[in-house]
Design a protein around this ligand. Structure first.
Ligand SMILES: Cc1cc2nc3c(=O)[nH]c(=O)nc-3n(C[C@H](O)[C@H](O)[C@H](O)COP(=O)(O)OP(=O)(O)OC[C@H]3O[C@@H](n4cnc5c(N)ncnc54)[C@H](O)[C@@H]3O)c2cc1C
Length: 453
């Protein structure tokens, strides 16, 4: 039996942990958040209860495995209580990074720091109640721009048009640098917001970009079958708030009002050109001014360099070996030393930022775990620190970590809150409240299900 450290307890970290633990190894998981689940807990749309509950159950079973230890409330990286160097001092036989994509893709626009300008990940963390985002100001106004045309855009549009209890939304405009044939959202997801689509406005927009997209052989008559099947259905007026699209437009500057909040946005008009069998946007020198009081970038995320792994333009650097590409793609590589960082792996969104759904992250992690298990077969035996030793060392440093044995106390406290409020589920909005709730339940000796009350 060897000891493997997994950093990150989203779907990728947990499914990798399961595969490694069930092969007979000990796994110690270090997670930034108190709760496990990553974006499955704090990204997936709040009302997708069935999916979330199903994943929570699976994650719970993984944490119940006796070979798996879990330490939550414990970010790893520079500036945190635990650095990569300190982790290595505990001598794991392998180190797996499943930290997701926590960096923010910035466009570096003038005015980006205006109030009311958010990155999608932060915004989604806010409405899914992840501390510390849960308690920060993510106020939205009447006219909201969302940059990007993927499923995350759909979730955010759905939140601000339907479910946000404080919504003031009158109009959401989706802004995209390319055109109507390059939408990335799934039809099934778009169905949730289809009723808000202002079809007249969309037809006007298609006319506006018609000639520019015809330059790459695209015909607006084919838009209904390609990306907006709703256009082929009998006409219906949009349900308020309305949803509009602005194609072939790239934001170039954000302008704030006297209070410091975004008031309008400059966009550059783009042409569409053919590139490597696909299309690309090419900026013109024509610009337009659009009025918004809220702007959300939903253009994907990047990994966080502060974790401490070798970092390049495509994220954490992996082994470029093409002869063994399948395995190499998971191995962390030190470009300065020109060699693989022994026994160190990346899986899930930490390996490929913002790529795919939970099923894909799981598949990626399990593939990675197969290579890790192979590595463990020949890795020299080490005196790795036991979970109790790690816990004691962290306690000495004053770190308030939450172990897997304590998670049921939190679950119980949240169940009670949900029942008292008549909600399907409830989440505490800050870490201190969660830690307090755990202590309170512990002091009562309660760890079972609230149903037993
Ligand atoms: C808005 C949104 C909606 C989505 N909706 C769906 C959906 O409906 N259905 C679906 O199947 N998929 C959905 N997805 C995709 C799905 O969430 C991802 O595929 C999946 O969560 C990626 O898993 P991961 O484990 O690689 O990363 P994450 O889920 O991001 O997990 C990363 C984990 O690492 C931890 N961590 C981060 N940094 C550190 C650090 N420095 N030290 C220690 N721990 C750290 C975090 O606490 C977290 O637990 C959605 C994604 C988003 C963004």
């Amino acid at each position: 039996m060897k000891t493997v450290f997994v950093v990150g307890a989203g779907p990728a970290g947990l499914f990798a942990a399961r595969k490694i633990a069930t092969a007979g190894h000990r796994v110690v998981i270090f997670n930034r958040d108190i709760k496990p689940g990553g974006l499955a807990e704090y990204g997936i749309y709040p009302v997708k209860d069935k999916m979330k509950d199903g994943l929570r159950k699976q994650f719970g079973k993984i944490l119940e495995l006796p070979e798996v230890a879990y330490f939550g409330h414990l970010p790893v990286g520079s500036g945190h209580a635990l650095t990569l160097g300190e982790l290595r001092q505990w001598n794991p036989a392998a180190l797996v990074f499943a930290v997701g994509a926590q960096g923010t893709k910035k466009l570096g626009l003038p005015g980006e720091e205006a109030r009311g300008v958010y990155s999608a990940k932060d915004f989604v963390y806010h409405y899914n109640r992840l501390p510390p985002f849960a308690t920060r100001d993510f106020s939205t106004g009447k006219r909201i721009a969302i940059i990007g045309m993927g499923n995350v855009m759909v979730d955010i549009a759905r939140w601000v048009m339907q479910d946000d209890p404080e919504r003031r939304t009158e109009e959401v405009t989706v802004i995209a640098r390319r055109g109507p044939f390059e939408v990335k959202f799934d039809e099934k997801e778009f169905d949730h917001i289809e009723a808000h689509l202002d079809r007249r406005a969309l037809q006007d927009e298609l006319q506006r970009v018609k000639e520019r997209i015809a330059a790459v052989g695209q015909d607006i008559a084919k838009v209904p079958e390609s990306s907006f099947p709703t256009l082929a259905k009998p006409f219906q007026e949009a349900t308020a708030p309305r949803l509009t699209f602005r194609f072939l437009s790239s934001p170039t500057a954000i302008h704030a009002d006297a209070s410091g909040r975004i008031a309008h946005l400059t966009v550059t008009e783009n042409l569409l050109v053919a590139k490597n069998g696909s299309t690309a946007a090419k900026a013109t020198d024509k610009t337009s001014e659009l009025e918004f009081d809220t702007l959300i970038f939903a253009i994907g995320d990047v990994v966080d360099p502060a974790v401490g792994l070798p970092f390049g333009k495509d994220g954490y650097v992996t082994n470029p070996d093409t002869a063994e590409a399948e395995r190499a793609a998971y191995e962390v590589f030190d470009p300065a030393g020109g060699k693989v960082v022994e026994g160190t792996y990346v899986v899930g969104w930490a390996r490929k930022a913002s790529e795919g759904l939970v099923g894909k992250a799981r598949f990626d992690a399990e593939q990675g775990a197969t290579h890790i298990l192979k590595h463990l077969e020949s890795a020299p035996a080490r005196m790795s620190a036991a979970p109790e030793e790690i816990r004691a060392a962290l306690a000495k440093k004053g770190v308030a970590l939450v172990a897997k044995e304590e998670l049921p106390y939190l679950g119980r406290a949240e169940e009670k809150q949900a029942r008292a409020r008549g909600l399907h589920s409830f989440k505490f909005a800050d870490d201190a409240e969660m830690l307090r709730a755990i202590e309170e339940e512990k002091s009562k000796g309660n760890s079972g299900s609230a149903a037993a009350d």
